[in-house]
Design a binder for this molecule. Structure first.
Ligand SMILES: Cc1cc2nc3c(=O)[nH]c(=O)nc-3n(C[C@H](O)[C@H](O)[C@H](O)COP(=O)(O)OP(=O)(O)OC[C@H]3O[C@@H](n4cnc5c(N)ncnc54)[C@H](O)[C@@H]3O)c2cc1C
Length: 603
């Protein structure tokens, strides 16, 4: 027989509270670790699948003018495959999933959107947190969740800080870039904020006296931490970030440090400081890696005595657009990645760093490697009101420059049969580097891509001479098996081309019934550049591409944003929540795409 307990029931409650608290924190971390493991496995499977698809498709060379016999036999094979109910069901499910998860987006604040997949993660995380907060609370007794709210919130601090870091384990494991993880950083940080306020309010309601009075330093530290956290949350709201990003950033870092140190001091009384110092460690590690990267990318000994490698060359493409180029020894990046640029003589603060996407690729277009050679890092910068305005005002010349990067996890498009790259304004940095890489991989025989449609909408005609030069070089390396179409949409009235001796054609836009005048290949630019006056009708462009996939080819558009913002600043929606640079990857089953390729005329 169990001897009757000699302890008061309050003691049992405290013991139970501690045990449940510990169990719930453990369960929460098991849940999050499982999610991370799941995403990592998905990534590995995708990489393996990609290798498999690539190895199958790379050797497939689409016949340019297929023999009648070939067409008939291929058509019947395709028809059998496409008409198979299992194939159709599988395609329908995959396409529906992609559309719902990645394409549908819902406004979550002024100028801020989240896709269904992002919202699933956000609400899933919040639901898990609240579930473990209120579970086993003996009819929602505040004493049971008052301390637990603080413990659950504190144990999440390392994760919240990791989600904000440029160098973080989560990106490396899942392949999700830091700029996309930022939305989860904000969601988890705000959940944490709510939890700490639940802790503060319930503690205040239960009475602040004796051991918990403000005569004690640990209680004062708690109040300081809460004040810093609250101010930080107010200053992190989008309007503040949009209006004064540098002010937000400095306040954020200072307030985070105050919050972490004060919380550590406060939590130590409950022996919970061990939740907080790992957060400081994660933050310090990210800063340390960034510092090492900056030193490594810009160090004198790697420049091999070339002083030009410490400078950036600035050219004005138009009155508000800058081409900034740097030379860097052995600095390499994947197409579509970005880097943080520090220009101490242009910025107001010595360590002010701004992200820009490399508009060039780090290896040579002809498929060879540039090991040991200086690479051209080119940025296409749209002038806004702060740092970029000062850079624009600086004008043509050279400036001391440092780069920190590369960052981001852009997609590899080589496995697709057809790629449609769509950009507006400065979004071209992203699509141009992907385009150049496809040409390079094609030259190396490592790409399954047979057709590229490159669409760019822009306002200033002067951009064309820059692009024409880049395209001329790129197209000279493309193999005959690659069909390339370059469609440029000039959204502002033309000043030059209408007076040029280019041939003029008219194009009736089927959907909007807007008549646009097309200037086909103005003579001063590369003959492949097709210039259209007006805005692109993306649906029409896609429709035409799908129609060109005769014989029932399957096309799905994934991972992109159907948004064209040629007149707006890139970050109007790129601050972690939405990429304004649209990328459409069309997965055409290569065996079922039979078209007459539009040849680029460099061949
Ligand atoms: C991953 C990524 C890649 C980008 N690539 C390009 C590119 O190739 N070409 C290009 O022209 N622009 C690009 N941008 C946008 C560019 O970083 C901003 O336009 C630039 O930092 C604005 O500086 P500013 O002081 O002139 O801006 P402001 O006029 O002060 O602000 C304009 C907008 O930029 C945002 N912003 C300001 N500073 C930063 C910063 N350090 N980090 C993030 N957002 C900031 C503000 O929140 C505001 O919404 C990219 C942004 C991101 C996040």
């Amino acid at each position: 027989m169990t001897p009757p307990s000699t302890q008061p029931s309050g003691y049992d409650d405290r013991l139970a509270k501690k045990q449940i608290q510990f169990e719930h924190i453990k369960d929460l971390w098991i849940f999050l670790a499982s999610l991370l493991a799941f995403l990592t496995v998905i990534r590995i499977l995708r990489l393996l699948l990609r290798l498999f698809i690539l190895s199958r498709r790379v050797n497939y060379v689409e016949p340019l003018e297929p023999e009648k016999h070939d067409v008939e036999s291929t058509t019947s094979t395709i028809k059998t495959r496409v008409n198979s109910p299992i194939y159709r069901l599988q395609s329908a499910i995959a396409t529906t999933f992609r559309i719902v998860a990645f394409r549908w987006s819902i406004p979550i604040g002024p100028g801020s959107f989240a896709s269904i997949s992002e919202l699933t993660f956000i609400f899933g995380y919040m639901a898990a947190m609240f579930l473990w907060l209120f579970l086993d609370t003996r009819n929602l007794k505040a004493t049971f969740y008052q301390a637990r709210a603080a413990h659950l919130a504190s144990c999440q601090l390392p994760l919240i800080i990791a989600l904000a870091g440029k160098n973080n384990l989560i990106s490396w494991m899942t392949g999700i870039g830091h700029e996309k993880l930022n939305i989860l950083h904000r969601a988890s940080a705000r959940t944490n904020f709510i939890f700490l306020w639940i802790h503060t309010i319930t503690r205040t309601l239960s009475g602040i006296s004796g051991r918990t009075s403000f005569r004690h330093n640990w209680m004062r530290a708690g109040a300081v931490g809460m004040a810093a956290l609250t101010l930080m949350n107010i200053l992190s709201l989008r309007p503040v970030r949009n209006m004064a990003f540098e002010f937000f950033l400095i306040c954020h870092i200072v307030l985070v440090l105050i919050f972490l140190f004060a919380s550590y001091y406060h939590a130590q009384i409950a022996l919970a400081g061990s939740y907080i110092w790992p957060a400081l460690f994660v933050w310090g590690l990210d800063r340390f890696i960034r510092l090492v990267r900056v030193i490594w990318n810009n160090s004198t000994f790697r420049r091999k005595g070339d002083p030009s490698q410490s400078l950036a060359t600035v050219k004005l493409l138009s009155e508000d657009t800058i081409i900034m180029s740097l030379k860097r020894q052995d600095f390499s990046w994947a197409p579509g990645q970005h880097a943080y640029v520090i220009l101490p003589t242009v910025s107001k603060l010595p360590f002010e760093a701004h992200p820009f996407t490399m508009a060039s690729i780090s290896e040579k277009l002809d498929g060879t490697f540039s090991k040991g050679q200086a690479r051209d890092v080119v940025f296409f910068v749209k002038g806004c009101n702060g740092f970029t305005k000062r850079l624009r005002d600086h004008g043509v010349g050279t400036v001391p420059a440092y780069v920190d990067g590369p960052y981001g996890c852009p997609p590899d498009l080589c496995e697709y049969a057809t790629c449609i790259l769509v950009a507006g304004g400065s979004g071209i940095s992203y699509t141009l580097s992907l385009f150049l890489n496809l040409i390079r991989e094609n030259a190396r025989g490592k790409s399954a891509v047979r057709r590229i449609l490159f669409v760019w909408a822009f306002r200033d005609e002067s951009y064309l001479s820059w692009l024409s030069k880049t395209m001329t070089e790129a197209l000279s390396h493309a193999k005959c098996s690659l069909s390339i179409e370059l469609r440029m949409y000039l959204t502002a009235p033309s000043t030059k081309t209408s007076s040029s001796n280019a041939s003029i054609a008219s194009e009736k836009d089927g959907h909007s019934a807007v008549k646009t005048t097309t200037v086909v290949s103005p003579t001063e630019y590369h003959p492949s550049l097709k210039l259209v006056h007006g805005r692109p009708n993306i649906h029409r462009v896609l429709h035409d591409e799908i129609a060109a996939c005769t014989n029932g080819g399957s096309i799905s558009v994934d991972d992109g944003e159907l948004m064209i913002a040629p007149d707006s600043c890139w970050t109007s929606g790129f601050d972690g929540s939405r990429a304004t640079c649209p990328l459409l990857r069309c997965r055409c089953t290569s065996s079922c795409v039979k078209r007459t390729p539009v040849r680029h005329s460099s061949r």
